[in-house]
Design a protein around this ligand. Structure first.
Ligand SMILES: [Zn+2]
Length: 359
């Protein structure tokens, strides 16, 4: 009996030791691969996306489609799996239709709105790739951002470097870091979806299409959405203080308090960025919680974090250009998001939802 007891105990210790050394190995790998998110790589993507040849990436224009192909190509090169095999032409693209009435765009669904057929209808595309997890591969983490912008107006190109070539470049770098890790034997346990949406500037339509009509992965198994929109600049408030190392977090504690504590813990341990909750205040006049793509997931009670570095004088102006971006700051925020996704992907339990989204 005593011998059996000892045996059990030593087995238990071996298990605990194996588990914690696995945990340490995984955490160490996370830090190692987060360092592959570099200023140089971010710059390369950003200058391309915010270049004149992309013509401001206006929804359903030549420039937006060119950007979509560039992004699909980048996903393929990185080694992501295409998320929409139904689309034989290009399985990284998720096409959808919009109806255009002057400045107003809406989703076009042929059955419901055929009575409006006289209005112009155009096609645009989300770009979606993913990494398959291991033992928890049926649960999904979505990392999202919009790549469309304001196009060309009165002969001027709206380059949209911060809005949102900054977020998209960061997502490509995060995806690459996860792929490098997977190739080195550190596959995420949960699957990770990289959702680059179109038609955000005209009413969050790309994410609405995905979340309301055509989720490529089941929403009830989608455990979090990390959304990135404008993380490349320093706003007036922080300029005055001469501080660059900050990010506004919005929504992180609204649906899952566990998500917010995980986010803080990751930052305290690794990246040590100032996490600013000013815009998280439901009464903040800018109402940013409702103004980017994460909202289409939050309204379905999926925990979200919206990462943002603030408004500035070049916001929605032709002067939002790539040489004004703070790349060191961006790579730090990219590392924070990567490490957050890494922890969510590899932990034992899925995030607990303890608050309902108020409608
Ligand atoms: Zn934006």
């Amino acid at each position: 009996m005593k011998f059996f007891y000892c045996l059990c105990l030593s087995f238990l210790f071996t298990q605990i030791f194996a588990q914690s050394s696995r945990q340490i190995a995984s955490d160490t790998a996370g830090i190692y691969f987060s360092k592959t998110i570099t200023e140089k790589d971010l710059q390369r993507h950003l200058f391309k996306l915010a270049s004149a040849e992309m013509e401001g990436r206006k929804t359903a224009t030549k420039g937006q489609k060119k950007a979509a192909l560039y992004l699909a190509q980048a996903m393929k090169r990185i080694g992501l799996k295409p998320a929409n095999p139904k689309n034989k032409k290009n399985p990284y693209l998720q096409p959808f239709k919009v109806m255009i009435s002057g400045w107003h765009y809406s989703l076009y669904r042929s059955t419901v709105e055929s009575r409006h057929e006289k209005l112009p209808i155009a096609e645009t595309e989300n770009v979606v790739g993913w990494i398959e997890g291991t033992d928890k591969k049926d649960e999904f983490i979505i990392i999202s951002g919009h790549y469309d912008h304001e196009g060309v107006q009165e002969g001027k190109i709206y380059f949209g470097a911060d809005d949102n070539a900054s977020g998209i470049s960061t997502i490509l770098e995060i995806a690459e870091a996860f792929m490098l890790a997977q190739r080195a034997g550190f596959s995420p346990r949960r699957s990770i979806v990289f959702l680059l949406v179109s038609a955000e500037e005209v009413g969050l339509l790309g994410s609405k299409y995905y979340a309301d009509f055509e989720p490529l992965f089941p929403l009830e198994k989608t455990i979090v959405n990390l959304n990135i929109d404008m993380i490349g600049r320093v706003d007036e408030n922080y300029k005055k203080k001469n501080i660059e190392n900050y990010v506004y977090l919005i929504g992180s504690d609204r649906i899952s308090t566990e998500l917010d504590s995980l986010q803080r813990a990751v930052n305290d341990t690794y990246t040590k960025i100032i996490l600013d909750y000013t815009h998280n205040d439901p009464l903040h006049p800018e109402m940013l919680y409702y103004r980017s793509d994460h909202y289409n997931f939050a309204k379905k009670n999926i925990p979200i974090i919206f990462y943002f570095s603030g408004l500035h004088a070049d916001y929605h102006q032709p002067t939002d250009t790539p040489e004004k971006i703070r790349y060191a700051k961006m790579s730090k925020i990219g590392q924070l998001i990567f490490l957050t996704a890494w922890q969510i992907a590899n932990r034992e339990q899925r995030l607990r939802i303890d608050k309902a989204e108020k409608k």
